[in-house]
Design a protein around this ligand. Structure first.
Ligand code: HSE
Length: 307
């Protein structure tokens, strides 16, 4: 059995407009790298962090907390070292903490000979994610582990459904270089939702799931709408409305906030349209003087992988 493994832990888009806290999809080219290594000393040790300033104490680090959640269930006489090469900026809205939380448990599971299934890995990772967002949810974690689109039907007990990914679906994601903490972005959400908004939201959500199953791009277009969360959170994102209308005008099927923001994602049919949408979205931000990254990605149907 191997003693060391290097993995790619992908970024993800959670919520997908109308699926707050339950729907997410996995990105192809954006993600962190991590090395997980067995060590003769018992316990979990974060030995290297590159890219961003994050805690080395396992109990305070997202990757460490999920690793400890798994480790505490094991009866073994060795431990694990974790190296984190962080490329996803914390607070970017594309599942930075989820990538860390998932990476450690995926790598440990591989080194242990895969005793845990994907749902169990997600369960351990939830403990790490909760450090960052102060709440247990799995809509970023599940797509990172399973790949494609996932629906978290229930967190307790954890029940994850894999939703088919239409072949020609691409995403364009713009990330203004400002930080929005998930915990803060959750704090401003309404505690109660008017029934008329709830009806609109579950109609859109149901039809989006149906559209993904049917690869019905027109129905995807009619369904990616969020009348509950986006109106609140978009106030935190500079020129959100302009970016969104530019994306739609350029041919995107839909556009909304990625996770808790500030990243904004759109979905398009085909790479050519996704690239046109990229030009349109970045033209809004170029005028603002706010630095940004922008990516076009196919939906990653494989999820986290060994490098
Ligand atoms: N569903 C979560 C939110 C994703 O929007 O707050 C971010 O962790």
């Amino acid at each position: 059995m191997k003693n060391e493994i290097k993995i790619f832990s992908p970024a993800t888009v959670a919520n997908v407009a109308c699926g707050f806290d339950v729907l997410g999809f996995c990105l192809d080219t954006i993600g962190d790298e991590m090395v997980i290594r067995k060590t003769s000393k018992k316990g979990i040790y974060i030995t290297k962090i590159k890219g961003f300033d994050l805690p080395y104490e396992a109990e305070l680090n997202v990757a460490g907390v999920s690793a400890l959640a798994m480790y505490d269930t094991l009866d073994i006489d060795f431990g694990f070292e974790i190296e984190i090469y962080k490329h996803i900026k914390p607070g970017s809205g594309i599942g930075s903490s989820a990538a860390s939380a998932v990476g450690s448990v995926f790598g440990m599971n591989e080194l242990l000979g895969k005793p845990f299934n994907k749902t169990q890995l997600t369960e351990f990772a939830i403990k790490g994610e909760a450090v960052a967002s102060k709440c247990e949810h799995a809509d970023n974690l599940a797509p990172a582990i399973f790949g494609g689109f996932t629906l978290v039907k229930s967190v307790s007990p954890l029940d994850i459904l894999e939703i088919p990914t239409p072949m020609d679906l691409y995403t364009t994601i713009i990330h203004p270089q400002i930080e929005i903490k998930t915990s803060e972005s959750r704090a401003l959400l309404p505690k109660d939702v008017p029934l008329r908004d709830a009806i609109t939201q579950w109609a859109n959500f149901g039809s989006l799931i149906h559209a993904l199953h049917m690869s019905d791009y027109e129905l995807i277009k009619k369904s990616i709408r969020d009348v509950i969360i986006e109106p609140q959170r978009s106030k935190l994102i500079p020129k959100f409305d302009e970016v969104k209308s530019a994306a739609i005008k350029a041919g995107a099927l839909g556009c909304s906030i990625s996770g808790s923001g500030p990243s904004i994602f759109s979905l398009s049919k085909g790479l050519e349209t996704a690239n046109k949408v990229k030009d349109a979205m970045q033209s809004v931000y170029s005028k603002l003087g706010i630095e940004f990254d922008i990516h076009v990605s196919k939906i990653n149907v494989d999820g986290i992988k060994i490098l």
